[in-house]
Design a protein around this ligand. Structure first.
Ligand code: SAH
Length: 213
């Protein structure tokens, strides 16, 4: 179920759905997604669907991971990236193989511990993580040329907009949990101006306040 053939099939699916960046497709093909989910669900790891992880959270759908990653690699690969919502650690693993340095923040420490363990196991050493409410970003390392938010707020948090470097890009799902969410690509064009593009309709868990064990 976790064979190379199954993974190749997933990549073909991603291509069919419009992912064109070969760097992203190669990383999707070779990143062991089954290690980021419970063993009981591992046989579904290379289906193009989101799956439950613990604590009522989900690992994002591979297509969405690929799409958001592809968007952040344009027009050039950023030197570093901030991810909000580490969750299983799968998205940060994918990013870490394409971007020199990944910062990631998670509000549930039990999830973060697990993600760190998998990153260690598979030898990813360029991921720096912090247990905190990621709506505040991680100001010490900013401003960021790229920010990826993997939980949905009602609107993009001001602190994150401020921590985006001029010329930088943020991909973020925005909307309510019950209603529609849209994936947005926000570019900071100057100190005071942001440009926003609305992309796919998506479904993410909500961005919540505060941090918990
Ligand atoms: N990128 C993850 C997706 C996980 S789901 C993956 O590849 O698996 C979204 C995650 O965002 C959840 O783990 C949730 O706990 C976390 N989250 C929600 N609100 C947050 C906040 N304010 N700060 C940091 N993490 C948050």
């Amino acid at each position: 179920m976790t064979s190379q053939r199954t993974r190749d099939r997933l990549v073909e699916r991603l291509r069919d759905k419009g992912i064109t960046d070969e760097r992203v497709l190669e990383v999707m093909r070779t990143t062991p997604r089954h290690l980021f989910i419970d063993e009981a669900l591992a046989h579904r790891a290379y289906e193009d669907s989101s799956l439950p992880i613990s604590q009522g959270q989900t690992i994002s759908q591979p297509y969405i991971v690929a799409k958001m990653t592809e968007l952040l690699l344009q027009p050039r690969v950023p030197d570093f990236v901030l991810e909000v919502g580490t969750g299983s650690g799968y998205q940060s693993a994918v990013l870490s193989r394409l971007v020199p340095k990944v910062y990631t923040v998670e509000r549930i420490s039990a999830l973060l511990d697990k993600a760190r363990q998998v990153h260690r196991e598979i030898g990813l050493r360029n991921i720096y993580s912090k247990h905190s409410d990621g709506s505040w970003g991680w100001p010490e390392n900013g401003p960021y040329p790229a920010i990826m938010v993997t939980a949905a707020p009602e609107k993009a948090p001001d602190s994150l907009l401020q921590q985006l470097a001029v010329g930088g890009r943020m991909v973020i799902p925005v909307g309510s949990l019950s209603g529609d969410q849209q994936l947005k690509l926000i570019t900071r064009v100057s100190a005071t101006d942001y440009e926003e593009r609305t992309l796919d309709a998506v479904r993410f868990v909500p961005l919540l306040d505060g941090s918990v064990r």
